[in-house]
Design a protein around this ligand. Structure first.
Ligand SMILES: [Zn+2]
Length: 88
């Protein structure tokens, strides 16, 4: 696990309880509980682009500063889930 951020959505994971769960209920080492539960992604986006749009919409709804949105969206390509291009 690097930097304690979710390797799917890029959000900081601040406590152990915020990690997702594997199929056998052990905590995930990579993904937060918003993204990953019982060993599967809760948001099965096919592409990085879909995830970026998703994050964008959430942050705009929360009236997050546009610079922070830009940073959040641009960290996504470095995350484990999006390292390899996903086939649609
Ligand atoms: Zn996440």
């Amino acid at each position: 696990m690097k930097h304690h951020i979710c390797q799917s959505c890029g959000m900081p994971v601040l406590s152990a309880a915020e990690w997702g769960t594997e199929a056998d209920d052990t905590p995930s080492k990579d993904y937060c509980w918003h993204c990953y539960q019982k060993g599967a992604f809760t948001n099965p986006f096919a592409t990085l682009h879909d995830m970026q749009n998703h994050i964008l919409r959430i942050m705009e709804r929360q009236h997050v500063d546009s610079r922070e949105i830009y940073q959040a969206v641009n960290i996504l390509p470095e995350l484990k889930r999006w390292e390899k291009p996903v086939r649609v």
